[in-house]
Design a protein around this ligand. Structure first.
Ligand SMILES: *[C@@H]1O[C@H](CO)[C@@H](O)[C@H](O)[C@H]1NC(C)=O
Ligand SMILES: *[C@@H]1O[C@H](CO)[C@@H](O)[C@H](O)[C@H]1NC(C)=O
Length: 361
C-alpha cells in the first residue's frame, strides 16, 4: 500500500484505470486498486470497457456558431494540444471548456500531437465530440529522447511534454498561428480574445510574471558561468508558463527557434543548469522577449507544487483560464475523494462516465 501514492504521478489515471481493469491488469498496477476499492467500487460488477486503455466519456453537445462568426475557412482558430490516453480526461474537459465558452465554436481546428498511434483514443474523441474538426500529428519521441535530462518530477520527463518545441515542424504551412495548450486546464472565457492578440513582432505571447524569482529556475552552476549567464544580458527575463502560448509559427520556423531550444537542452545534458523539464530552455531562449498578455489567461499552479501537489487557492483578479500545473491533477484528486476547493471548478467540464455509476447507488 505504501507505494501506490508515489506511483501515481508517473501514471495519471491509474486509480481510475485500475478500477475498470482490475481483472485484466497484472502487478504492479493492481496495487493501485486498493485505493479504488476503499472508495467503494465493486470490482465483481464492473463491466468490461471497450478498450483496455481508454475511459468512457459521454457525448458533448453540438456547439453552433453565433451570427457574427465568419466561416472556419476565413476565420479559423487553431489550437494545438498533446493527446495521450493517460491525460485524455483532461483533454476532453479542456476541449469542452473551449467550445462551450466560444462565440464561434465551429471555427476551431484542433491539432493533436501524439507520441503513439492509439486508435481507441481517436475513436473516443470521435464519439465524444462528433462535430470536432481536428487533425492528428505523430510526434516522433526519438527527436527528444536523447536530449531529455531527468527533472525533479518524472511526469515532466515524458517526451510528449517536449512536443511543443516541434510544433512548427509538424503543423501544415497554412497554419501560421496556433494557441498551444496543456491538457490540465479549462478555459472559462471566449478564447478568441487570446487568439486575436497583437504579437507586435514577437514569436510567442503568454502571461508574464516579472515578480517571480527568476534566479531559482537555474542552478548555481548556470549563474556562476558567465558565458551561460550572459544569455540574459540586455533583456529583463520574466517567468512565463509554456502551458498556454500563442505562437507565430512562421516566425518560429524562420527564426530557427526549435534549434535554439534544443541547443540549451544539449547544454543541460552536459552540465546541470536547471531543475525542471521543458520550461527552462524556453525561458533561456524567450524570457523577456515575449508579448505579455493579461494574467487571466493562465491562472496556473492549481495542481500545487511539483513535489507534494498541495492545495492552492486562486490568485486575486479576473480569470479566463484555470491551469492545474504542478503535481496534483483535478480528476485524480476528485476520484480520491480528497479534492482541493479549486478542483470543483474543473468538475463541470468532466465528461468521464464512470462505468460503475449505475451500480454503485
Ligand atoms: C474519427 O473520425 C474521422 C472523421 O470522421 C475518421 O476519419 C476517423 O477514421 C475516425 N477515427 C476512428 C478511430 O474512429
Ligand atoms: C531568489 O532565489 C535565489 C536562489 O534561490 C536566492 O538566493 C535569492 O535570495 C532570491 N531572491 C529574492 C529577491 O528573493
Amino acid at each position: 500500500m505504501a507505494s501506490w501514492r508515489r506511483r501515481l504521478p508517473s501514471l495519471p489515471l491509474l486509480g481510475l484505470l485500475s478500477s475498470l481493469l482490475l481483472i485484466q491488469w497484472p502487478q504492479p498496477v493492481a496495487e493501485a486498486s486498493n485505493a479504488a476499492a476503499a472508495g467503494g467500487v465493486h470490482h465483481s460488477l464492473i463491466r468490461k470497457p471497450t478498450s483496455p486503455n481508454v475511459p468512457v466519456f459521454r457525448e458533448a453537445p453540438a456547439f453552433r456558431n453565433g451570427k457574427t462568426c465568419g466561416s472556419p475557412e476565413t476565420s479559423p482558430i487553431h489550437v494545438s494540444m498533446t493527446l495521450d490516453a493517460n491525460y485524455l480526461r483532461g483533454t476532453m474537459a479542456a476541449v469542452l471548456s473551449i467550445l462551450q465558452h466560444s462565440t464561434c465554436p465551429e471555427n476551431f481546428e484542433f491539432h493533436f500531437l501524439c507520441a503513439r498511434f492509439e486508435p481507441e483514443v481517436f475513436s473516443s474523441i470521435n464519439s465524444t465530440f462528433p462535430y470536432l474538426r481536428y487533425k492528428v500529428y505523430r510526434f516522433d519521441s526519438n527527436r527528444v529522447r536523447g536530449k531529455i535530462s531527468k527533472s525533479i518530477r518524472q511526469a515532466l520527463d515524458q517526451p510528449l511534454n517536449y512536443a511543443r518545441i516541434y510544433l512548427a515542424d509538424m503543423l501544415p504551412f497554412h497554419v501560421n498561428r496556433v494557441i498551444y495548450l496543456d491538457s490540465d486546464l479549462v478555459v472559462v472565457d471566449d478564447i478568441a480574445e487570446l487568439w486575436e492578440v497583437n504579437l507586435e513582432g514577437k514569436v510567442v505571447a503568454a502571461p508574464e510574471y516579472c515578480h517571480a524569482n527568476f534566479t531559482k529556475y537555474f542552478t548555481e552552476l548556470f549563474w556562476s558561468d558567465l558565458n551561460l549567464a550572459r544569455t540574459f544580458q540586455g533583456r529583463n527575463p520574466c517567468y512565463f508558463n509554456t502551458g498556454v502560448m500563442v505562437v507565430d509559427i512562421d516566425k518560429w520556423r524562420k527564426g530557427g527557434y526549435t534549434q535554439k531550444v534544443e541547443e540549451w537542452m544539449a547544454i543541460q545534458k552536459q552540465k546541470r543548469i536547471y531543475h525542471l523539464g521543458s520550461l527552462p530552455p524556453f525561458l533561456l531562449v524567450l524570457a523577456g522577449n515575449i508579448k505579455a498578455v493579461d494574467h487571466r489567461w493562465n491562472q496556473h499552479g492549481l495542481g500545487g507544487d511539483n513535489l507534494e501537489g498541495k492545495c492552492r487557492g486562486l490568485h486575486p483578479g479576473p480569470i479566463s483560464l484555470l491551469h492545474w500545473s504542478g503535481k496534483g491533477k483535478p480528476w485524480l484528486r476528485l476520484d480520491s475523494r480528497k479534492p482541493c476547493t479549486v478542483d470543483h471548478l474543473w468538475a463541470p467540464y468532466d465528461l468521464y462516465r464512470p462505468a460503475t455509476h449505475s451500480l454503485e447507488e
